[in-house]
Design a protein around this ligand. Structure first.
Ligand code: PLP
Length: 463
């Protein structure tokens, strides 16, 4: 029997992996979760000896329904675009500092780990069903280029990425617009990121248009993205447990939409010995306030030096809520409704799942993240990007003498060169891949911030 998936809101029938991957959001408005979490405790000793790709196959196998040889091929193909043989290596620039480097993919951000695989999974599923798919996404930076890189040149798929014209960094724009494949369309919208997102949402609400143009989504609520991210928690914990001879590890995770850290939560539920999940926010600290007070309350988004964490309502949080409420879908529905109406919900954390995976949470201001970048560079000669720096800073408050901490490095520092320069006072964050972008021809279409204009463009280019 292959794995079935259920909705956190419990009002739609269970679906298989393929349908879950294609639909993203469940039709009752909930998010998909596996109907049971596999227990991997008996496999840990053996998995410790596997390469990243072999491990990826073993960890993900119970969740997918793809023939073994095909799935191995898709994994190999997805991770051959990474520049490090370990895919996500662990480095230790100082004795108590373990960094799981997730940025060796083609766009230098951790999102490649999931989106490289997702692109190949989409292509595989579509070709076997003779279908095609047009992906539509709004981006303020990292997601757009990682999604484009996952989809470029793939058969049966096109991708349309909307971003605010003149309001993303020139490097981020060039990472998208210099991709030459003719199934990639970059649209610079004359408006803000919120305008882009509102346009995408409105287009998805037009079910006629959506079906006629075979639209699909690649945002972080897609279960297949979470799935791919579970793997590196196993890989990272194994490397550090080997070298330190510890029996467990803790992870510090720079968090925005709660996707990355939720993958760690699933890894722990599968039996990986994670003693503590340390959630790090920037000034947008709705999640750290929740873990410290039980109150989840929307605020205004503030712009910081770690833009991928500038999020107030974390789209994957509902998945955790489902487990926290002991898999009571009616309770999830009630609370999410309350949150939609009032922008606030309160849980009695003491009475909830005291037996569950442990979390700790904190936030790091732009100022303290910059100080962390400077300190780490001066003391260890190692450069952190501003997202990773927030994680390292928050991790320092939850240090243990017996349990090593692994900090997730979610972007290469050269992607955020401006912040690094501000922190260390010189231009040291570089990467040849980004430098080369300046010489490549760029392609984009500038359109007004109107639903009709975007729909018209998609309609003429989607077949
Ligand atoms: C997307 C992103 C994050 C946040 O990850 P979530 O899964 O949204 O919590 C952190 N750092 C970087 C560099 C990112 O691109």
């Amino acid at each position: 029997m292959s794995m079935m998936y259920i909705s956190t809101r419990g009002e739609c029938p269970p679906l298989g992996f393929h349908d879950v991957m294609m639909s993203g959001l469940a039709r009752d408005g909930g998010l998909f979760l596996p109907s049971a979490i596999p227990d991997a405790r008996a496999n840990l000793a053996e998995w410790m000896r596997l390469s990243y790709r072999e491990l990826a196959f073993e960890v993900m196998r119970p969740f997918v329904d793809i023939p073994e040889a095909d799935f191995r091929f898709l994994i190999d193909r997805s991770y051959s675009s990474f520049r490090h043989p370990d895919v996500t290596p662990v480095v230790s620039p100082a004795p108590a500092l373990n960094i799981l480097e997730l940025f060796h993919g083609p766009t230098l951000a951790f999102k490649d780990v999931a989106l490289q695989l997702l692109g190949n999974l989409f292509e595989y599923s579509l070709s076997r069903r003779s279908r095609s798919l047009n992906l539509l996404a709004a981006t303020s930076g990292d997601t757009g280029s990682a999604a484009i890189c996952g989809v470029r040149g793939k058969k049966g798929m096109r991708i349309f990425v909307l971003y605010p014209h003149g309001r993303i960094s020139p490097i981020q724009e060039r990472q998208m617009t210099t991709v030459a494949d003719d199934n990639v369309f970059c649209i610079a919208v004359e408006g803000s990121f919120d305008d882009c997102q509102a346009i995408v949402k409105e287009i998805f609400r037009d079910l006629d248009f959506r079906d006629r143009n075979m639209l699909g989504a690649v945002n972080s609520i897609n279960w297949a993205r979470i799935l791919a991210q579970i793997v590196y928690y196993f890989f990272g914990a194994f490397r550090v447990m080997e070298t330190s001879r510890a029996e467990s590890a803790r992870f510090a995770v720079p968090t925005g939409n709660f996707g990355d850290i939720f993958a760690g939560y699933i890894a722990a539920r599968m039996g990986l010995p994670i003693g503590l999940l340390i959630l790090a926010c920037n000034e947008n600290d709705i999640l750290s306030r929740f873990f410290n007070t039980g109150i989840y309350e929307r605020g205004k988004v503030r712009r910081t030096i770690s833009p991928s964490m500038d999020i107030q309502v974390a789209s994957n949080f509902e998945r955790y809520l489902y487990y926290l409420l002991r898999e009571d879908a009616a309770a999830v529905r009630r609370l999410m409704k309350q949150f939609d109406e009032t922008g606030r919900l309160k849980l009695d954390m003491e009475s909830l799942r005291s037996d569950d995976v442990r979390f700790a949470a904190g936030s790091s201001s732009s100022e303290s993240s910059l100080a962390e970048i400077k300190r780490c560079y001066e003391e260890n000669g190692y450069l952190l990007d501003p997202h990773t720096a927030a994680g390292v800073r928050v991790a320092a408050s939850f240090r243990s003498d017996i349990e090593p901490t692994i900090c997730l490095a979610t972007a290469h520092p050269a992607k955020f060169g401006e912040a690094v320069r501000k922190a260390v006072g010189k231009d040291v964050a570089r990467h040849e891949m980004l430098a080369g972008l300046n010489d490549l021809p760029a392609r984009r279409t500038i359109l007004p911030a109107s639903v009709e204009a975007i729909k018209g463009f998609v309609e003429t280019h989607s077949r």
